[in-house]
Design a protein around this ligand. Structure first.
Ligand SMILES: Cc1ncc(C[n+]2csc(CCOP(=O)(O)OP(=O)(O)O)c2C)c(N)n1
Ligand SMILES: [Mg+2]
Length: 332
């Protein structure tokens, strides 16, 4: 464990930042759930509590100029890629100061400045977009890598297979990162595919496929970093399948009848990515109780200010209703 921290070049400071980022995602999601219950968030929303290590670990492997594509469950990806909680909350509350001026909301949140090409309400739709961005990087020699997040359910969509095939034959600088949380809405992965591992599907496209524990952030960093480096050096795509679990229902209208409370408890107790990382850090003497408390306080404090910012921000004006909806000429 200490060895892996050293091998990955993770200092105490960096490991504290990783913990901060995971805690921020969890607390952000808990806050969003509360705001939704208060009727302040419109539409639906999909929480990623329990899946913090995949978002933070995979984005740690990327540089600022690298890009991601996200999913309907994208709050964690967005925060991990460098988006700020205040403008994210403002977006979810439909405020003018939000990342998309309050017009995108949870499933269309994006920020090109930090390389987030966007959440996406269409399952698997981020993959072809990612392939397009990776093709641009290659053709224009721009040097950036694209990492596409998607769920297990997305791997049964045609877009997944087309994207992997094109990325493979063109040796694109892209990493396909599947967050296998065992379910697509109410359907268990075992009812949706006969292959044992989703990573095995890489064989059909002649690329490397790897299955990892997605709730172990160190494993995620190790695997994603190697895949990103390979992609950057012309080695082409990799399919990473990271096992994880969403603690909450699929969206707000889900009674979770398709799985048992025992199964949920087991994942929470034995595979909580945050508790596990804290234990690893304590074991390695990387964190004291005071430092842990201070990180937790900073997260709470930051979110308190973020919420104040979002709640005090103005609603968009009616005059701006059709602004930023259609694009003008695009220069490529
Ligand atoms: C093309 C398409 N089909 C169906 C839906 C409805 N839908 C929304 S999320 C979802 C499940 C996706 O499961 P998965 O990819 O495993 O992601 P998870 O929700 O587990 O994060 C479905 C079927 C959709 N949004 N788009
Ligand atoms: Mg899933």
């Amino acid at each position: 464990m200490v060895q892996l921290l050293n091998e990955l070049g993770l200092s105490r400071e960096v490991s504290h930042k990783l913990l901060y980022d995971m805690l921020e995602i969890r607390k952000f999601e808990e806050l969003v759930e509360k705001l939704f219950q208060q009727g302040k968030v419109h539409g639906t929303m999909h929480l990623c509590i329990g899946q913090e290590a995949t978002a933070v670990g995979a984005c740690y492997a990327l540089s600022n100029k690298d890009m991601i594509t996200s999913t309907h469950r994208g709050h964690g990806h967005s925060l991990a890629k460098g988006m700020q909680a205040d403008r994210m909350l403002a977006e979810l509350l439909g405020k003018e100061t939000g990342y998309c001026k309050g017009k995108g909301g949870s499933m269309h949140i994006a920020d090109l400045d930090v390389g987030n090409l966007g959440a996406n309400g269409i399952v698997a739709a981020g993959l072809p977009l990612g392939v397009g961005a990776a093709l641009t990087s290659k053709m224009k020699n721009l040097g950036y890598v694209v990492l596409c997040f998607f769920g297990d359910g997305a791997t049964n969509e045609g877009a997944f297979h087309e994207a992997l095939n094109l990325a493979s034959i063109w040796d694109l600088p892209i990493v396909f990162f599947c967050e296998n949380n065992l379910y697509a809405m109410s359907a268990s992965i075992t009812e949706m595919t006969r292959v044992k591992n989703i990573a095995d599907r890489s064989t059909a496209y002649g690329i490397e496929g790897i299955t990892i524990d997605g709730n172990d952030i160190l494993q995620v960093i190790q695997t994603a970093s190697a895949a990103v480096e390979k992609a950057r050096n012309g080695g082409g795509p990799t399919l990473i399948e990271a096992h994880t679990y969403r603690w909450k229902g699929h969206s707000k209208s889900d009674a979770r009848k398709y799985r048992s409370r025992e199964e949920e408890q087991k994942w929470k107790k034995e595979h909580d990515p945050i508790t596990n990382f804290i234990e690893q850090l304590k074991f390695a003497n990387y964190i004291s109780e005071e430092e842990l408390q201070s990180i937790q306080d900073q997260v709470e404090n930051n979110l308190k200010h973020a919420l104040e910012f979002a709640e005090n921000s103005p609603e968009p004006s009616i005059d701006s209703l059709t602004e930023d909806i259609y694009t003008g000429e695009v220069n490529v």
